[in-house]
Design a protein around this ligand. Structure first.
Ligand SMILES: Cc1cc2nc3c(=O)[nH]c(=O)nc-3n(C[C@H](O)[C@H](O)[C@H](O)COP(=O)(O)OP(=O)(O)OC[C@H]3O[C@@H](n4cnc5c(N)ncnc54)[C@H](O)[C@@H]3O)c2cc1C
Length: 131
């Protein structure tokens, strides 16, 4: 990020970043949250925000309350709420799947967003950012 910042603002060369933060984010094959319940529907969960949960967790919690109260609402009727994402394939296929996807996303970034066959294939199966 610091390199990109200085590439974007070369006039600020020499500036030092004194602090940084990072951490793990959770994801799934459709790169958007998914919901579920457990313990005889007494516990609800939502996961898979893929690094975009700061605002959307509020919506995520509203859906969980709908599920816990078994309410038929505009939220609980959404297909993204009712359908679970396709699971990631088991290792070592998962490693291959993720590496090809990362390479393809970088390539799209380097080519004005033009997606290769792999990203188009993922979208066809409702996988990835374009799902
Ligand atoms: C480096 C980084 C940058 C990000 N940048 C952005 C961004 O720019 N915009 C954006 O929208 N999102 C961003 N995100 C993603 C966003 O932070 C998450 O999507 C969001 O915090 C998910 O909220 P959550 O409540 O589901 O989970 P969390 O925020 O992870 O909260 C889960 C809580 O449960 C607690 N917990 C865990 N286990 C237990 C237990 N056994 N008992 C009791 N408590 C427990 C944890 O301590 C934690 O407080 C970023 C994430 C990271 C890591």
């Amino acid at each position: 990020m610091a390199t990109h910042f200085l590439k974007t603002f070369p006039q600020l060369a020499g500036l030092k970043f004194t602090h940084a933060w990072g951490g793990a984010i959770d994801t799934c094959t459709r790169f958007s949250p998914f919901w579920g319940t457990s313990h005889e529907d007494k516990v609800a969960y939502v996961m898979g925000y893929t690094g975009l949960g700061v605002a959307s967790t509020r919506f995520g919690a509203s859906v969980m309350l709908d599920l816990l109260d078994d309410l038929d609402t505009e939220r609980s009727r959404l297909s993204m709420v009712r359908k679970k994402p396709v699971p990631f394939p088991p290792e070592p296929f998962r490693w291959v799947f993720i590496r090809i996807t990362q390479w393809s996303l970088q390539r799209a970034d380097d080519h004005e967003g033009r997606r290769n066959l792999w990203l188009k294939l993922l979208a066809l199966f409702n996988l990835g950012f374009d799902s």
